[in-house]
Design a protein around this ligand. Structure first.
Ligand code: NAP
Length: 259
């Protein structure tokens, strides 16, 4: 399917690895010119080179921490009026809520709620003027099905979800859509890091830990980042203009519900 995106521009946050990178590659395959962000300059440059070589699109890098005003300014200076914005950042640390300090809460709210909102605010009016815009927020399956030891993530991401639910309806008539992608388990560095910690606690190796998680999933496997990227690219397509304010769970069916 031609997604109708050739020649459009996108900012993809936190895209040197993992799900952000998969979204970047899928959009590049659809002909979108990219600005990708990440803190590690070497990893970011390597991702940009790989994606550009594989797809032939223009990929520029915006090194920096996207959760800071300075990091966002670098990306926005390179691409002040993107057609597409993919919001993403690292997830907050796990822990017992009794141990979460005010600083930890502020950092989580900043990274997973206020940063996406700041970027949306920066880019949405030109999208409205042009009559085309696609915004996708990478959140988490934990928004729909809370995980007890990641309260910072559950809380901050739910705040973003609530905010964009309203805004999405305000801008849909301009062919500007805002949707959220909710990853379940996907095979990324982050998943492997959390699996490694769990494996140590369980006294087994990381591959056995991942296999145990896969065995519990209705699809009997962990998600592939490319599958996540493809879903993201479709949400950004010209065909997806009537998909508004949705929370699309990509979890192999792990959330057990009829609807
Ligand atoms: P990942 O494999 O660890 O990749 C994270 C990417 O984000 C890297 O490119 C990293 O590069 C970049 N990044 C992190 N913090 C950043 C910041 N402050 N500014 C700029 N770039 C930043 O993680 P992932 O698995 O793709 O996860 C992406 C998001 O989905 C996270 O919020 C995660 O919590 C959420 N999620 C993932 C899963 C899963 O199974 N993978 C499940 C549920 C939710 P640098 O470190 O160089 O900055």
């Amino acid at each position: 399917m031609d997604l109708g995106l050739r020649g459009k521009t996108a900012i993809i946050c936190a895209a040197s690895r993992g799900l952000g990178r998969a979204c970047a590659l899928a959009l590049a395959e659809a002909g979108v010119d990219l600005v990708i962000t990440g803190r590690d300059f070497g990893a970011l440059n390597a991702a940009a080179s790989d994606i550009a070589a594989a797809t032939g699109v223009n990929v520029r890098v915006a090194p920096g921490d996207i959760t800071t005003p300075e990091g966002r300014a670098v990306a926005l200076a390179l691409c002040p009026e993107p057609d597409i914005l993919i919001n993403n950042a690292g997830g907050p640390p796990p822990g017992d809520f009794r141990d979460f300090t005010d600083d930890a809460w502020h950092a989580a709210l900043n990274a997973n709620m206020l940063t996406p909102i700041a970027l949306i605010r920066a880019v949405i009016d030109p999208m409205i003027t042009r009559g085309f815009g696609r915004i996708v927020n990478i959140t988490s399956a934990s928004v729909k099905s809370p995980i007890s030891n990641i309260g910072l993530s559950n809380g901050a991401r739910a705040g973003l979800t609530g905010f964009v639910a309203g805004l999405a309806r305000d801008v849909a008539r301009h062919n500007v859509t805002i949707n959220n992608l909710l990853p379940g388990p996907f095979d990324t560095d982050r998943l492997r890091a959390t699996a490694r910690a769990a494996a140590v606690r369980a006294g087994r190796n990381v591959e056995d830990e991942i296999a145990a998680r896969a065995a519990q999933n209705p699809a009997r496997r962990i998600g592939r980042p490319a599958e996540f990227g493809a879903a993201c690219a479709f949400l950004c397509s010209t065909q997806a203009g009537y998909i508004v304010g949705q929370n699309l769970l990509l979890d192999g069916g792990a959330f057990n519900a009829t609807m």
